[in-house]
Structures are given as C-alpha cells and as structure tokens.
Design a protein around this ligand. Structure first.
Ligand SMILES: Cc1cc2nc3c(=O)[nH]c(=O)nc-3n(C[C@H](O)[C@H](O)[C@H](O)COP(=O)(O)O)c2cc1C
Length: 440
C-alpha cells in the first residue's frame, strides 16, 4: 500500500482560464471550492492536502507584476493559516497542511497557530516548513534579500527547534479537568522554555495547551543539502521531486541515511514524490487531453515562462524566445531562491529555444510522465513504488491548476482502481494525521 496526498497549488483563482474552471474567477474567495475538494479527497482516503503559499505578488517577468496579476499566476491567494481551519472544520479525517515560511513568523506565533490548528482539527494539524524561494517574498517584510541558502536552513533549523520545544512545553496529560479537587491542569506538567540561540530567543510555556498529536506533523520539501538535512532531522513527511525512477531512489536513499545519522527510524518519515497525472477513462480521452494541453501550451508560452521565472526567482524575460540558448546566456542566471528548479531549467534549456523549454515544461512539468487511462496510471504508480520502495505520491494538477473536474478524475476515477488493487487505503485507521501516515 502507498500513501496519497494532494498539492493545492497556487490560488484557487489560478485555474480561471481553464474550460472547467466553473465560476472560480468570481468565487475564488469563497471557501466552498476548497471544502468541496478536501471532502472529495477525504472520500478517496488521502492522507493530507498540502496548501502552497506565497507572500508577495511576483515581479519576475519584465520587472513588473503585470502578467501575474493579469493572468492570476499564484495571485490572489488566501492565507493558508486562515484557510486550513475552515477546511478542517468541514472534514473529519484528512490532514491539513499550511505552508508557513520561517521569514514571515516568529517561532512563538507559529507554534501557537499550528498548535491551535491541531487542537481545532482534533489532531490533523501540520506545518510545511519553507524558507522562501525568492527575494520578492521578504520585501513585504522590510528586507531586501533572503539569506544565502545554507544560512537560511541553519536559521530554519533553530526555528524548528524552538517551535518543537514550545509544543512540548505541555505534557500530553497536563489537563486533568478535576472539578472535585478544583484543578483544571497540573502545573508540574507545564514547563517553561528558555531558549537562546544564534537567531532566536524564547522564554515561557506555550499558551495553547497540549495538542492532540503532541508535535503537529512537520512536512518539508528540501532539495539542497541544507533542506535535506532539515527534512531528515524533523520531517514526518517529505515531498520529493525527481525526474526519473533512479532519481527517486537516490533521493529516498539520501533522506533515509540522513535520518539514520540523526538517530531516527527512516520508516517514520513518509517520502511522497510529486506527480502530475493526466488521466481519463479511455485512451481516446487521454489523447484528446494531451492535444488540449499542447494547444494550451502553444497559446500561453509567456504565461508559462512567467510562472517558471517566479518559481526560480529569476527574470528570464530578456532571453530570446526562438534562438537556441547558449551556455553563456544560461550562465548569467543566478538565484538565491529555488536553485534546484533553476538547475533543472538550465539542464533542459541548453542548446534549445526558450519556447521549446516552456512547451516541454507545460506538457510534462514534472517527470516521470504519469499519463494514461486509470488502469495504465495505476500500473505506472505501482511500478514506481515497487522499484523505488517509496511511500507514495503527492498529486498536483497538470498545467492550469486545480478544478473540481480534475479532483473528480483523481478521486472518482483513479483512486477506486488503486483501491481495488489493494494499493491505497479504503478506510482511515485513525482521525489523526501522524497515525495515518505511520499506519503502513
Ligand atoms: C511540492 C512542493 C511545494 C512547495 N511549496 C512551497 C511553498 O508553498 N512556498 C515556498 O516558499 N516554497 C515551497 N516549495 C519549495 C521548497 O520549500 C524548497 O525550497 C524547494 O523544494 C527547494 O529546496 P531547497 O530550498 O532545499 O533548495 C515547495 C516545493 C515543492 C516541491
């Protein structure tokens, strides 16, 4: 059996131009869309929904925010720390994972908010630890540049240490609710944190009380040495991005041996690989979809490139669209943000035109290609898990963003096939996220 999770990418408005967007362009700020999606994913017994977040309006295309605003590329967005309790309230078993960047919070505030999410959701709270992927992200916070990646992760490591100490400041059985003896909570079970590190200081116990999971689930998506180290030390679930089955194996082996180095059991962290399935009931429908994707890609090259520019934190609008990209041109691209995405881009771009690269990314944004009928895709996923020995997949929509239709294709089309083959669960074994992650 393997685990499934869903990646709510960008804002719900992002799919506004899809033929299946419904009224999302007008109703993007209503919770209904997110609740409908989470309920469908819960019906299909997904472990969790990971909500991506962004803290700025990108300006990585021609130096302005125009295309991002005009085309709803990751804009506008609901704050995931406000959205996740709304979704949790409308569901009962699925985990809700907000993305909260270390640069935007103080450890105490973050510890308190995620603890409250865990309490309100009765044990389904989590934190996707990110450190920022572009300088734009911290300008709104009065700073010019992100720290260099290594230092960013060093700082984030300290941040997570403080947060965990705060979560653990209440012992699990501190609340006794003993009306007869007039004791609500046992003071000997509430401990004062006294943390003083290189970057953060925190004194006192967390005001939230003990949370259902003790330590809410930590999710991470590290790719750099610092990111992987943080993930191996703290994460309960990691999102891996790999272009090949071989790459997945290497990634998984690396994380597992780092976990051992930190004295952890590697089976305590579920590594889910990001995939973007294109699925349908019949081969003819799959072909029609691929044709639609191709047509869309040709018509929206600039939109696609602007999205990549944002992800990499590099303005690539000055590169020629239809001339082969030379090593010299590519050497000029630098980022303090998402280095692995830039490396992937450069590897694909060398000797090819920008238009070709954009088209490729759109057609198959994250290899390995997972395309076919429900049965074919189930075969492919089974094959990958068997070869990699992996824990499962984080599903993200192809191209235009999540629509209710895409969610249905996955939850009502693909998942029943996986369930019939005994590959994914048909019932939750717990109402808490970590227990579900550790169930197999
Ligand atoms: C599926 C997935 C979701 C991510 N979501 C976010 C996000 O919402 N916000 C963010 O700042 N970074 C996000 N990231 C970026 C990661 O936190 C991380 O920076 C990236 O994978 C590169 O790893 P590195 O920081 O170790 O270089 C995401 C990455 C992946 C693969």
């Amino acid at each position: 059996m393997f685990h499934l999770a869903y990646f709510m990418q960008g804002s719900s408005a992002q799919a506004w131009h899809s033929p299946w967007a419904g009224s999302i362009g007008k109703e993007w700020s209503k919770p209904d869309f997110h609740i409908d999606c989470a309920r469908a994913l819960e019906r299909a017994k997904f472990d969790y929904v990971l909500y991506e977040d962004l803290y700025y309006v990108p300006d990585y295309w021609k130096g302005t925010t125009d295309i991002y605003v005009e085309q709803a590329i990751s804009v506008p967005r609901l704050d995931t720390m406000v959205l996740t309790p709304v979704v949790a309230h409308a569901t009962s078993h699925i985990g809700v994972v907000p993305t909260l960047p270390t640069f935007a919070f103080e450890p105490y505030l973050l510890a308190r908010q995620v603890a409250t999410l865990d309490l309100l959701s009765q044990g389904r709270g989590a934190w996707n630890v990110v450190t920022g992927t572009s300088d734009g992200a911290i300008r709104g916070f009065g700073k010019d540049q992100l720290l260099e990646p290594e230092e960013r992760y060093k700082q984030a490591g300290e941040f997570v240490d403080v947060v965990k100490q705060l979560w653990n400041s209440w012992e699990p059985d501190a609340i006794v609710d003993d009306v007869e003896n007039g004791v609500f909570a046992d003071p000997s079970k509430v401990h004062v944190v006294d943390f003083e590190g290189e970057y953060y200081k925190s004194k006192g116990a967390l005001v939230s009380g003990p949370t259902p999971q003790g330590t809410p689930v930590i999710a991470q998506a590290g790719a750099s040495a610092g990111g992987l180290e943080l993930a191996a030390k703290h994460a309960d679930t990691i999102v891996g991005v790999a272009a090949t089955v071989e790459g997945m194996k290497t990634y998984r082996d690396t994380v597992r041996s780092l976990m051992e180095k930190h004295g952890r059991n590697p089976d305590d962290c579920k590594i889910l690989f990001l995939i973007n399935p294109v699925v349908a009931a019949t081969k003819a429908e799959v072909e029609a979809k691929l044709a639609e994707i191709t047509e869309h890609a040709h018509a929206n090259i600039e939109r696609e490139l602007a999205d990549h520019a944002k992800r990499m934190g590099v303005d690539i609008s000055g590169l020629p669209l239809d001339e082969p990209l030379t090593q010299e041109l590519l050497d000029g691209l630098h980022t303090r943000g998402h280095i692995s995405h830039l490396e992937k881009f450069v590897a694909r771009a060398n000797g090819r035109t920008l238009r070709q690269v954009a088209f490729d990314f759109w057609r198959f944004p994250i290899p390995p290609e997972v395309v076919g009928t429900f049965d074919e895709v189930a075969d492919r996923l089974e094959e990958i898990v068997n070869e990699v020995g992996g824990d499962g997949f984080l599903i993200s929509p192809h191209g235009v963003g999540t629509t209710r239709r895409y969610i249905m294709e996955i939850t009502e089309g693909l998942v029943p096939v996986l369930q019939r083959r005994g590959l994914t669960r048909t019932e939750y074994s717990s109402t808490q996220l970590r227990e579900n992650l550790l169930a197999f």
